[in-house]
Every structure is written in C-alpha cells, then in structure tokens.
Design a protein around this ligand. Structure first.
Ligand code: S3P
Length: 436
C-alpha cells in the first residue's frame, strides 16, 4: 500500500497531456472486438479500468495487441466472440461490467462476469432489469450484484424509458440492441454522456437520435450489428482527469497550466461551466472535431473561486467531478453545496461519506446529507495536512492530493496507487507541475 506525500505548493506551472478518455476507450475497445478486421486505437487510455475491458475482450476471442498507448484490436465480426473458459474480470470498472452485460446477453454462449470487492458491491439491477425485458437470461447475487451469470440468448428490441440518468445503463441497452431483432430505443430522463452513440456511428451502426431518445437497429434492419467495420481512431485526452489539474491550478494566483488535446464533448463539459460560474479562469483553445468528438486545449490560470450550489439536471453530467468540487469547497468564498447526487453513494466508494470524512480530517466543516453535502468555505478556516483514506477510490485519492497542495503542512494519501484506475501517472504529473 504505497503512500504519497503531498507538500504544499506555491503554484502550478507548465503543460501536460492526459491519458486517453476512459469512457471512449472502453467503447472503442468493445466495438472494435465486435467489428470485422483490425482497429487501431491511438492514445488509448492507460487506465487500469480500460485495460480490464481489453482483458475481457481478449478472453472473448478478440486479438488485442498493446504497444505503448496504441492498441490494435482484431475482431471477427458481431457474431465472432467466443465463450471464455474463465470468469471475465471487470476489476474495479463499472463501465466494463455494465456495458459488457449488454453485449454478452445477446451471444450464443454463457459468460460469468465478476470484479473486485468494490464492484461486487455496486448495483447491477439497473442493467439486469432492462436486459431481462429484452429476453436476456441473466442472474446476479440477490438479483443485483456481481458475479453475473449471463446465458446468451436471442433478444428482442424494447423501448426503454430509463428511470435513472445513467450513460452506463443507456449503453448496455443500446449494445444489447445490436443483437436484438428490431429497433431498440432508450429514452433518458436527463442527458448523459453520448460516447456510445458516437462510437456506434463511427463503427458503422445505424443510430437515430431524437431529443433524449436514441434508437439502434438490430441485425435485421438498418446497418445493425452485422456490419460493424474496423476503424482507425484517436482517443482524446480525458476531461475528467483534466479537472484535477484545472482545480489545482485554480487554487494559486500565479498558476499557468496548458492541457493539450482534451476531449470537449458537450455532454462532458458541464464541469467547465460550473467552474467558470464559480470564477475559474479557463480558456478553450484550438477546438476541432474528430470522429464525432470535439477536442481542444485548455489554458487555466489561478483565480479566486466563489463556490455555490451544484444540483439538478446538471448532476449526471458532472458526476465524476463532484469529489474534486467538494474538496475545493474549503478554498471557495461561499463554500460548495452538492444536492441531488445520491448516485455518488454507489460509485467506486460511497463518495459522499469518503469526501466528508477526509475533508473533516483536514479540518473542514462539512454537513453530510443523503443526496450530497455542504462544505463551508474560506471563513471556516484554512485546511491542514492530514492522512487521507481514499477507500481504494481513485477520484478520492486525486481530489485530496489537490486539496493538500493548498493546505498547511503535508498531506499523506494512503494507498495512492488506486489513482491508476483512471490516471496512472497522476502523482508524477502533479509533482512535475507543482512549484514549491
Ligand atoms: C460512465 C458513466 C458514468 C460515470 C462513469 C463512466 C461511462 O456512470 O460515472 O465513471 O463511461 O458511461 P453512470 O452512467 O452510471 O452514472
């Protein structure tokens, strides 16, 4: 269990490039394994989570070759996957498990899908329920938890009114829809990231989008699963990883950081609006569109942050960034309040409780609520260094490393290696940019 010590910084300065986007990497790896031929996926995520997906696709018969951050995946077409003799291991990755459940439901073989302790505690009913409606044969512990046993079968298309705003659930149903007779539709109650829709189009599937309803054609109609084609694609840098550096740079008036090649898909950039409303100084530069995704550089300077409330329909669009925002709370004028975010309790850890506990260790005033928290701002006093327990959750470890940069004295992050779940070089990059 490696610890990292974070010393206070004077400011952040320099340029950096981030690992490839985690959400996009998962989707490209899965669709490449369902396409006929070899796809080249450049700047593929270094995240352990995405390598869990690659491991699963390889166990299912796709050929996976990894050369630095270029991954070549050779698939044998939509019906070319084969049964794995061992359980598929999604590791810590909810995206791997939920999206793959959709694909496996429509195969002609049985699979077992498992993951680490954290993933085995996370709810899977949200994907099991719509897949059962499609005719899937899928069983989990207490009908809700991994390991999942999925007996592949013939699926039928459904029109699914999704009860919660989850890109993972939407994606599981759309991917199952590739194997279902007819046209499968998903209507989301609030917008969520649309990388699955964009990736499906890139690989040649027919996807129609009408407001918050997304339709995908099964093998019989349109350009369904029969004809996914191998692609050569570049993965943009991960905005959710960039946020740790946007937050860190914002903390110090003299900071000046340039982040290259960041994915700026509009279903991900709500966090930039939140930061801008709070007074952060962030500029988007050199925007271009590539394979349906938008990419650009982000220039960030120090600023005094006002703080405020984050709530409502915005929550699903900033869900992964909320631990960082909460940990910024004590450095803002008014503090930060998060509402409508009960979903945080079923992420890699209970992120409401993990953030509250660690902020208190650093001397912050925090009120924990069922669906969020309220963190007092600067008036409640300066944070002091402390020993942080990230509960094996990458985003908690990284958020508190950033909070530690502006605290009094050193902050120790226990079990800091968990950052590798999304950002293996995080601590090296943070120390490189932090001037002390
Ligand atoms: C993800 C969707 C989000 C997010 C997760 C990645 C994805 O989960 O929290 O880190 O790649 O689809 P939900 O859609 O379940 O909220």
């Amino acid at each position: 269990m490696k610890k990292e010590t974070i010393q206070p910084a004077k400011y952040l300065n320099g340029a950096l490039e981030l690992p490839g986007d985690k959400s996009i990497s998962h989707r490209y790896a899965m669709l490449a394994a369902l396409a006929a031929g070899t796809s080249e996926l450049r700047h593929f995520s270094a995240a352990a989570d995405c390598h869990s997906t690659l491991g699963c696709m390889s166990a299912l018969g796709a050929e996976v070759k990894i050369e630095k951050n270029t991954v070549r995946v050779t698939g044998r077409g939509a019906h070319g996957l084969k049964s794995s003799w061992r359980a598929l291991d999604a590791g810590n990755s909810g995206t791997t498990m939920r999206l793959l459940a959709g694909i496996l439901a429509g195969q002609s073989f049985t699979s077992k899908l498992t993951g680490d302790d954290s993933l085995q505690r996370r709810p899977m009913k949200r994907v099991i329920a719509p897949l059962l409606e499609m005719g899937a044969d899928i069983h989990g512990r207490e009908d809700n938890f991994a390991p999942l046993e999925i007996r592949g079968t013939k699926l039928k298309a459904i029109d699914y009114q999704m009860p919660l705003a989850s890109a993972q659930v939407k994606s599981a149903v759309l991917l199952a829809g590739l194997f279902a007779e007819g046209v499968t539709s998903v209507t989301e109650p609030a917008r969520t990231r649309d990388h699955t829709e964009l990736a499906l189009e890139e690989f040649g599937a027919t996807v129609d989008i009408n407001g918050q309803t997304i339709r995908v054609h099964g093998p019989g109609g349109g350009n369904g699963s029969g004809r996914l084609t191998a692609r050569s694609l570049d993965v943009p840098g991960d905005l959710s990883s960039a946020v740790f550096f946007l937050a860190a740079a914002s903390l110090f008036p003299d900071s000046n950081v340039l982040i290259h090649n960041v994915g700026l898909n509009p279903t991900r950039t709500a966090i930039l609006d939140v930061l801008a409303e709070m007074g952060a100084s962030i500029q988007m530069l050199g925007l271009k569109s590539s394979q349906g995704e938008i990419i650009g550089d982000l220039a960030v300077k120090g600023a005094s942050l006002k703080g405020g409330v984050i709530a409502g329909a915005r929550i699903p669009l900033v869900i992964d960034e909320l631990p960082m925002m909460a940990a910024l709370g004590p450095y803002t004028e008014e503090g930060i309040e998060i509402r409508d975010a009960a979903e945080l309790r079923v992420k890699e850890s209970d992120r409401i409780s993990a953030v509250a506990e660690n902020l208190r260790r650093m001397g912050a005033k925090v009120e924990q609520r069922p669906d969020g928290l309220k963190v007092e701002g600067l008036r409640a006093g300066k944070l002091h260094g402390a020993e942080i327990e990230p509960r094996r959750d990458h985003r908690i470890a990284m958020a508190f490393a950033v909070a530690g940069l502006a605290a009094e004295g050193n902050t120790v992050i226990r079990d800091a290696g968990c950052a590798g779940v999304s950002f293996p070089t995080f601590f090296t990059e943070l120390n490189r940019l932090a001037e002390r």
